[in-house]
Ligand binder design. Structure first.
Ligand code: G
Ligand code: G
Ligand code: MN
Ligand code: NA
Length: 253
């Protein structure tokens, strides 16, 4: 009856799906990859948001099989697209519990080997607050993951409390600016300044910047002028099923 016991069943019974949201290069408008976002088609409740069930999974051991399912599924889509001539990186969100799991890195290596995909086509997003929960362990795990060739991003950047010294030590390729700042940047000068300083900070550290939650062209254009590298949001496309994501790739060629 509970959502929690339903979730254990959902992982085995095909009720879960990954939706893909395009990430667009602000330099030339090309497709730079997708973020995979988990969806649960519950037989009775309809679509349940990950905001409801990820916390449930995190409070139980379910987050471990769940994240592994997501990574395998994403790698299968990457392989499917590559067989059709297109190498598209996919970013998967992982949770703080995955970083604390001693078996995670080894299992990740196994999943990559089994997929036969270049590890650089898999990107993992870790929120800034997840890192700060246990900074030294997180750093150690991120180094191990990076050594596999997987690309790392800090998600929801600007809402956690990482120090510059810590940030400098992380083996990440990009910062994703949290959408609360992006959404408000054309209306509020302070948010625009936060976005601008984040872009400068990231570039000074040799990192790329991805803006999320870009809902209109005015914001996309403001971000482009500030030198933001990549944007993602409803202005370009909503998260979509894998087959539609394939059609999107074709329209970009
Ligand atoms: O698409 P959106 O509303 O649905 O996602 C809501 C939240 O759920 C976001 O914070 C997103 O990062 C998170 N989320 C989406 N898919 C996954 C996933 O596969 N794993 C984890 N850990 N979080 C996810
Ligand atoms: O927390 P994370 O950044 O992983 O999650 C991304 C979340 O943002 C998902 O819930 C996704 O569906 C949502 N999202 C993607 N584009 C937009 C947008 O343009 N506006 C808003 N409000 N949400 C978005
Ligand atoms: Mn994310
Ligand atoms: Na985010």
């Amino acid at each position: 009856l509970s959502l929690q016991s339903d979730l254990a069943h959902a992982i085995r019974s095909g009720e879960l799906a990954l939706y893909y949201q395009p990430k667009i290069s602000l330099t030339d408008g090309s497709l730079s990859g997708f973020e995979a976002l988990l969806r649960w088609m519950h037989p009775k409740r309809g679509m349940v948001s990950p905001m409801q069930f990820i916390p449930l999974a995190e409070n139980t051991e379910l987050i471990h099989p769940l994240t592994r399912w997501v990574i395998r599924e994403a790698l299968q889509h990457v392989a499917h697209w590559q067989a059709r001539g297109r190498s598209v990186p996919v970013a998967v969100n992982i949770s703080v519990n995955n970083l604390h799991d001693p078996a995670f890195v080894e299992d990740l290596a196994t999943m990559l080997t089994e997929s036969r995909m270049p590890p650089g086509l898999l990107e993992l997003e870790v929120t800034e607050s997840a890192l700060m929960n246990h900074p030294e362990l997180a750093l150690q795990r991120l180094n191990q993951i990076r050594a596999l060739g997987v690309v790392l991003y800090i998600d929801d950047f600007g809402t956690g409390f990482s120090s510059l010294a810590y940030l400098k030590s992380l083996p990440v390729s990009a910062l994703k600016i949290d959408r609360v700042f992006v959404a408000a940047m054309t209306e509020h000068a302070q948010d625009a300044l936060i976005v601008q300083s984040t872009i400068e900070l990231a570039h000074n550290f040799g990192l790329q910047v991805i803006a999320e939650g870009v809902e209109d062209y005015e914001t996309a254009e403001a971000l482009r002028r500030l030198g933001c590298d990549i944007a993602q949001g409803y202005c370009f496309a909503r998260p979509m099923p894998a087959e539609e994501a394939r059609a999107w790739q074709l329209s970009d060629e």
